[in-house]
Design a protein around this ligand. Structure first.
Ligand SMILES: Cc1cc2nc3c(=O)[nH]c(=O)nc-3n(C[C@H](O)[C@H](O)[C@H](O)COP(=O)(O)OP(=O)(O)OC[C@H]3O[C@@H](n4cnc5c(N)ncnc54)[C@H](O)[C@@H]3O)c2cc1C
Length: 412
């Protein structure tokens, strides 16, 4: 059972001289970590450089896998739209599949993230927004986080600064361009945004990368992503995708990285733990990262609480690393295998995937939290000969003009 550790001595200002835990970054990873640790009785400080609600470049797909990681129900008013499947394009071919059950929901990140921060505060974490941390240090049994006008001290520190930022280099080197996906994207207000299918994913736009058009209530998220060292002229690609969907070239574009999960990375050292994108935890195929951010944030908070309560004598860095390996490591490696295969032979692999609706249907079950990547990859390997035969005779493939939406709908 977790017990409450002795409170830290308050500083003259009223705040503790030393927090049990300082969390840098209040995205899904940091807010979830702060909530888990505060619920276990730790004195937690959650810092973010932004004031919430803040924008975050993201398509806003919360798979059921991600929803399972929340320890409380997602309020219905945050749900922009549910999805049961989607449409997958490869150049001018497309396939569509749906399940009779929900595979996930679309949210607006500014609202979802602000709600997570509220939950952290409600659990007892002290939240300070608009405070950029400039450096962190692990010295003499405590950690320090320096902002422009303060130095915060803690027994442990979780860096949840996302994919950008350099605080994570206290634990590991920065990612090489081949270890992340670079995205260019836009959110576009559009009264007609409720297209017939919420999720439209397009391969064949950027070499082995992808594009997406996700249709929320009154808004479209549109973007492209490709491995960092392979993407040439992303703005031109994005303009082509915008034009094909009837959006102007003057649309404001944002660029952002998503780490490729499965690449070996150190995730903790001494008293500093990394969570979420900072640790490199995101699906290497389509960049789903929220589920892993929620999972790793909670693991970090719980491992630290167990250690400070005396119920886990193992150093938290080792305990957290082992916990991440056990619950996230294999899945992330499997996403990387599949991503690497896609990048080796995109034409062949995508042609075979589009030749069989069952492949897409099973992929949707990964999002729905009913199938692991490991099982999916094994199934794909066994089916490859059949796939190749079908792709050769063209069964199951559809052709549609350019990248205009196609109309097939099949519900199972
Ligand atoms: C274009 C795009 C589309 C995506 N679409 C999806 C999707 O549909 N579904 C999905 O599951 N995932 C998606 N992802 C991935 C997902 O956005 C990330 O995996 C997820 O946000 C990671 O959460 P996090 O808490 O680790 O980091 P973030 O959400 O990036 O949060 C990090 C926080 O740290 C703060 N911060 C950074 N530096 C400092 C500092 N020095 N001091 C204080 N605060 C700091 C930032 O302000 C930010 O609030 C997408 C990513 C991109 C780029």
């Amino acid at each position: 059972m977790t017990t409450t550790p002795p409170p830290s001595t308050p500083a003259p200002s009223g705040r503790p001289a030393t927090y049990d835990l300082v969390v840098v970054g209040a995205g899904p990873a940091g807010a979830t970590c702060a909530r888990a640790a505060a619920l276990a009785g730790l004195r937690v400080l959650l810092l973010d450089k932004a004031r919430f609600p803040r924008a975050k470049p993201c398509a806003g797909a919360l798979s059921c896998q991600a929803l399972h990681q929340l320890d409380l129900p997602l309020p219905e008013n945050l749900v922009e739209r549910e999805f049961t499947g989607g449409r997958l394009w490869y150049k001018d071919r497309c396939i569509e599949a749906h399940k009779p059950y929900r595979a996930g929901v679309l949210v607006r990140r500014e609202r979802f993230d602000a709600w997570l921060v509220e939950q952290a505060a409600a659990a007892g974490a002290e939240v300070r927004l608009g405070q950029a941390v400039r450096s962190v240090a692990d010295n003499n049994g405590r950690v320090l986080a320096r902002t422009a006008d303060d130095t915060l001290s803690g027994r442990f520190l979780v860096v949840a600064e996302g994919a950008s930022g350099r605080l994570k280099t206290a634990v590991r080197p920065p990612d090489r361009p081949r270890d992340y996906t670079f995205c260019v994207c836009a959110d576009i207000e559009s009264p007609e945004a409720m297209g017939d299918v919420p999720m439209d994913i397009r391969f064949g736009i950027a070499r082995a990368g992808y594009g997406w058009v996700f249709s929320r209530r009154g808004e479209v998220s549109i973007g492209i992503g490709e491995q960092g060292d392979r993407l040439t002229n992303p703005v031109a690609l994005m303009h082509a995708l915008l034009a094909a969907n009837g959006f102007p070239a003057t649309t404001r574009l944002v660029g952002h990285k998503i780490p490729m999960g499965g690449v070996p990375r150190r995730v903790a050292a001494g008293r500093i733990l990394l969570a979420g994108d900072a640790a490199g935890f995101a699906d290497a195929i389509l960049g789903e990262g929220i589920a892993y951010a929620l999972a790793s944030g909670r693991l970090a908070g719980e491992r630290l609480a167990a250690h400070l309560a005396g119920s886990d004598p193992e150093p938290p860095a080792a305990a957290y690393t082992a916990a991440c390996q056990a619950s996230l490591g294999e899945e992330l490696r499997q996403t990387l295998y599949l991503a690497r295969c896609l990048r080796l032979a995109p034409d062949r692999l995508l042609a075979v995937i589009l030749s069989d609706r069952e492949a897409l249907s099973r992929y949707i079950d990964i999002l729905a939290g009913k199938l692991s990547y490991k099982t999916f990859n094994r199934w794909m390997l066994r089916r490859l000969p059949l796939f190749f035969w079908r792709a050769m005779v063209g069964g199951g493939l559809r052709r549609a003009g350019g990248v205009a939406p196609c109309t097939p709908t099949r519900r199972e």
